[in-house]
Design a protein around this ligand. Structure first.
Ligand SMILES: Cc1cc2nc3c(=O)[nH]c(=O)nc-3n(C[C@H](O)[C@H](O)[C@H](O)COP(=O)(O)OP(=O)(O)OC[C@H]3O[C@@H](n4cnc5c(N)ncnc54)[C@H](O)[C@@H]3O)c2cc1C
Length: 461
C-alpha cells in the first residue's frame, strides 16, 4: 500500500483523504488547531453557528454526494426560498427571478423594482442593439458587462453577487473563470441578453435547490470526513519544506519535536500562498503563478437578538449591499430565517450575520471585535430599522480567505498543472484552481486522489 501525506486539513485535504482511505496509508498534516479550514463552527448566545462557509452548491452533485457518503444524508437541509434582495438606492429591493449572477433577463420586472435609475435601465435596454464582435481570450467580468449592460447594472446588480462569492471586484475577476457560460456567449458574439433569454427553461415544477446546508451547521462535514476515513490527522503541525527522495517525498514539519514524514506521494491541499513556497524548489513556474494569486480578507460578524425585543423581525433571508453604496457591510444573512433548524434550535433568538471586507477594502478589518460589531449594528439598524442591543455577538476573521480568479486565471492554472505534472507523486488541489466553492473543492480533491492512485479523473473510486 502506498503512503500519502496530504498537506492541509480543510475540506479539500480531507476529501482527498476520504477517497484514499482504503487504498493508501494516509496522513493529513494541518497547521491549525483542528481540521476543517474554512468550515468551522462557533457559538453566539449559546447557539452553534457556522463561522465560515454555511452552504454548498447542490446544482452539482459532488459535495452533497460526499455528505451522504459520510452519513450526513438525513441532515441535509435546503434554505428557505427567498428572492435575492439588495439594499440600494435607499431601500431594500428584490432582484427579479431568472437573473444570471445579477444579469437580469426580465427587464420589465426589473423596471418595477427600482433597482436601477431610469438612465441605467435605458442603457441596459439598448444592449440588444449594440454591435458585439466575438470575444477573443479572456477579459474581466466588469469590462465585458460594462460594455454590454452599462456601468450601473454592473455596479448595482452584478458586483454585489460576484462579491458574495469572491469578495472581489468585477473589474479584476476573470470572465472565463467566474462566468464560463457568459464567456461562451461572449466568444460567439451577439447580444448577451437575447442569448440568456433563449436558454431552455429548466422544466416544470419548482426549480431544484441551488444550495444545501447541514442541520447543526456545515462545519459537521469535515468532522464526519475525518471520523469516517479514519486516517491519521496531525493538527497544529505546519509543513515547512518538501524534499524529493529516491522513491518519493520527505515532508519536513514545523516544531523541533516532530520528525519529518516519508511518503510515496504528496497531495498539496493548502491555500495558494502556502503552497507556493513548498513548490518553489521543485516547480518554480508553479510557485510563481501561485504567488501571483491575490486573496481577499473578510470578517463575519454574527449578532444574536432576543426575538421578543425586536421592534419587527426582519423578513427574507438577508440582503446584499452593492459596494457603490459605500457601506462597510457587504451582505447580511438572516440565519434564523434562512435555516429552519436554527429557528427550531433557538426559537426565542434572531440571529443574523454581516460580512465585512473585500479585495481592496480591508482597512476596517483592523478594528477590534467590539468596534467591528458596532459598525455593523449601526449600519444594519439604518437599513432594517432600530435593532436594539444584541444579546451576544461573535466575530470570525478570514485573512486571505478567498483566492481571486483574476483575468487569465485559466491559463495560470494550466501553467501550474503542467509544472506539477513533471513532479512524480505530487498533486495539488484546493480553492485556488478550478472553483472556490465547496463543491468545486470536493471535485478537485477527488480528482487529485484519483491521479495519486494512477487513475484518470472521472473514473470513480
Ligand atoms: C468566510 C467564507 C465563507 C465562505 N462561504 C462559502 C459557502 O457558503 N459555500 C461555499 O461553497 N464556499 C464558501 N466559501 C469558500 C469555501 O469555503 C472555501 O473555498 C473552501 O472551504 C476551501 O477549502 P480548502 O480545503 O481548499 O482550503 P482551506 O479551508 O483554506 O484549508 C486549507 C488548510 O491548509 C492548512 N495549511 C496551510 N498551510 C499549511 C502548511 N504549510 N502545513 C499544513 N497545513 C497548512 C490551513 O490551516 C487550512 O486549514 C467561503 C469562504 C470564506 C472565506
Amino acid at each position: 500500500m502506498q503512503s500519502v501525506v496530504i498537506i492541509g486539513g480543510g475540506v479539500s485535504g480531507l476529501t482527498a483523504a476520504w477517497h484514499l482511505r482504503s487504498e493508501a496509508e494516509v496522513t493529513v498534516v494541518e497547521a491549525g488547531p483542528r481540521p476543517g479550514g474554512i468550515l468551522r463552527s462557533g457559538t453566539v448566545a449559546g447557539v452553534p453557528v457556522d463561522d465560515g462557509a454555511e452552504a454548498m452548491l447542490a446544482l452539482r452533485p459532488e459535495a452533497v454526494d460526499l455528505a451522504k457518503a459520510v452519513g450526513l444524508g438525513d441532515d441535509l437541509v435546503t434554505p428557505t426560498r427567498a428572492p435575492v434582495t439588495m439594499w440600494t438606492r435607499g431601500t431594500l429591493r428584490a432582484l427579479p427571478a431568472g437573473h444570471v449572477m445579477g444579469i437580469p433577463t426580465d427587464l420589465a420586472a426589473l423596471r418595477d423594482t427600482g433597482l436601477l435609475s431610469p438612465e441605467g435601465l435605458a442603457r441596459l435596454a439598448r444592449e440588444e442593439e449594440l454591435p458585439a464582435a466575438p470575444l477573443d481570450g479572456d477579459t474581466s467580468v466588469g469590462a465585458y458587462l460594462t460594455d454590454r449592460l452599462g456601468w450601473e447594472a454592473v455596479d448595482r446588480l452584478v458586483e454585489p453577487l460576484l462579491g458574495g462569492v469572491y469578495a472581489g471586484r468585477a473589474d479584476r475577476i476573470s470572465l472565463r473563470a467566474a462566468l464560463p457560460g457568459v464567456a461562451d456567449i461572449a466568444a460567439r458574439g451577439g447580444s448577451l441578453l437575447a442569448a440568456l433569454r433563449s436558454r431552455k427553461p429548466s422544466g416544470a415544477g419548482a426549480p431544484p435547490a441551488v444550495m444545501q446546508g447541514l442541520r447543526g451547521g456545515l462545519a459537521r462535514l469535515p468532522h464526519a470526513l475525518a471520523d469516517t476515513c479514519g486516517v491519521r490527522v496531525l493538527t497544529g503541525t505546519r509543513v515547512r519544506e518538501l524534499r524529493r527522495t529516491a522513491t518519493g517525498w520527505q515532508v519536513a514539519l514545523s516544531g523541533s519535536s516532530r520528525r519529518g514524514l516519508e511518503a510515496d506521494a504528496v497531495i498539496l491541499a493548502a491555500p495558494a500562498y502556502a503552497a507556493a513556497p513548498l513548490l518553489r524548489p521543485h516547480a518554480p513556474a508553479a510557485a510563481r503563478e501561485l504567488s501571483a494569486i491575490e486573496h481577499a480578507s473578510m470578517a463575519l460578524v454574527t449578532l444574536a437578538f432576543e426575538r421578543a425585543q425586536l421592534p419587527g423581525v426582519p423578513r427574507g433571508n438577508g440582503f446584499l449591499v452593492p459596494p457603490v453604496e459605500g457601506k462597510a457591510v457587504k451582505a447580511a444573512t438572516f440565519l434564523t430565517n434562512k435555516w429552519q433548524w436554527l429557528a427550531e434550535a433557538a426559537p426565542g433568538t434572531f440571529i443574523l450575520r454581516a460580512s465585512v471586507g473585500r479585495l481592496g477594502e480591508e482597512s476596517l478589518l483592523g478594528r477590534e471585535d467590539g468596534e467591528l460589531a458596532a459598525v455593523c449594528l449601526a449600519e444594519l439598524s439604518e437599513i432594517l430599522g432600530p435593532l436594539g442591543r444584541p444579546l451576544d455577538f461573535h466575530v470570525s476573521r478570514w485573512a486571505r480567505g478567498l483566492p481571486q480568479y483574476s483575468v487569465g486565471h485559466l491559463d495560470r492554472v494550466r501553467t501550474i498543472r503542467d509544472a506539477v505534472a513533471g513532479l512524480p507523486g505530487l498533486e495539488v488541489c484546493g480553492a485556488a484552481y478550478e472553483g472556490v466553492g465547496i463543491a468545486a473543492c470536493v471535485a478537485g480533491a477527488r480528482d487529485a486522489a484519483l491521479r495519486t492512485l494512477g487513475r484518470t479523473a472521472g473514473s470513480g473510486l
